[in-house]
Write a protein that binds this ligand. Sequence first.
Ligand SMILES: NC(=O)c1ccc[n+]([C@@H]2O[C@H](COP(=O)([O-])OP(=O)(O)OC[C@H]3O[C@@H](n4cnc5c(N)ncnc54)[C@H](OP(=O)(O)O)[C@@H]3O)[C@@H](O)[C@H]2O)c1
Length: 273
Amino acid sequence: MLKNKKIAVIGAGHMGEALIGGMVSGRLINAKDVVATRRDAKAMDELKSKWGVRISSDNAAAAEGADIILLTLKPQVAAAVLGEIAPAVDKDKLVISVMAGITTAAINKRLKKTNPVVRAMPNTPASVNAAATALCAGAHAGEAHLRAAEMIFKSVGKVEIIPENLLDAVTGLSGSGPVYIYMVIEALTDGGVKMGIPRAVAARLAAQTVYGAAKLVLETGKHPAILKDEVTTPGGTAIAAIHELESKGLRTVLMDAVVTATKRSKELSEIYG
Ligand SMILES: NC(=O)c1ccc[n+]([C@@H]2O[C@H](COP(=O)([O-])OP(=O)(O)OC[C@H]3O[C@@H](n4cnc5c(N)ncnc54)[C@H](OP(=O)(O)O)[C@@H]3O)[C@@H](O)[C@H]2O)c1
C-alpha cells in the first residue's frame, strides 16, 4: 500500500477514473487520500459518490496538498494546467503523467523544477483491470519513484519498465493496440455472421477467442508460433486459413500499423511536448 500518501488526480476523465478505481478497489490507497479534479461539476459528483474520493476544481490546491500528482489530462491542455499548478508543486513531489507525447523533460520545464517525473503509457483495458502499461523514469526519478508508479499501475493491470525513448513505440503497440484488436474482433464476428452464426453469438465467440489466445500466450510463456503450430493439423482448417492470412499480409499490416502509430506519436510529441 502507498501508506499515508496523498494523491491528486488532475484531469480525472476516463483514464483518471480507471486509475482511481484500481487504487481504491485494490486498497492501495484510502479513498479519502485521493483528490480528483476536473471542470464538469456533475461528473465530479459522480466520481465522489462512486469512489468516495474528494473532488476539487482547483488544480493548484489539489496538487499542493498531494504527495503524488497524477496527470491524466489530454496533452492539449498540458501546458496550461502545468503552468497553473507549477507554483504549488514542491520540487520533491512525484509527478506521474499518462499524457501521450509529453516528455518528462517537458514536464520538468513547464513546472520549472527538478521534480521526479515518471511517464506511463497505459491502455483502455485499465477500466477492467487488464491494462498493459509501460513506465519510464525521467532524469530526476529514481528506483523508489518507479516502484511507487509501478504499484499504481499494477492496480489496473500489467506493467513493464522501459527507457523513455521507447515510449512512442509502446504508444504504437499497446497504447493504441486495443483499437487494432477491436477491429480484429469485429472482422472475425462478420466472418462468423457471413457463415450463418447469429451476430451476438459470433461477437462473444470472437472476443473470447482473442481473450483465450492471449491468456494462453501469457500463462504458458510459449512463443505464439509454437502455440500456432501445436493446433495446426496437416491438411486441416487452421492451415487453410493461415495460408489465406499470409497471402493477404496480415502480419505485415499489423507491423505497419505499429510503425505508423509510433511515427504519429513522435509527431504529436513534437507538437505538444
Ligand atoms: N485512453 C487511453 O487509452 C489512453 C492510453 C494511454 C494514455 N492516455 C492518456 O490519458 C490522458 C487522458 O485520456 P482520457 O481518455 O482519460 O481523456 P478524458 O476522458 O478526456 O480525460 C481528461 C479529463 O481532463 C479534464 N480536464 C480538461 N481540462 C481540465 C482542466 N483545465 N483542469 C482539470 N481537468 C481538466 C476533463 O474533464 P472536464 O471536461 O470535466 O474538465 C477530462 O475528463 C491523455 O493524455 C491520453 O494521452 C490515454
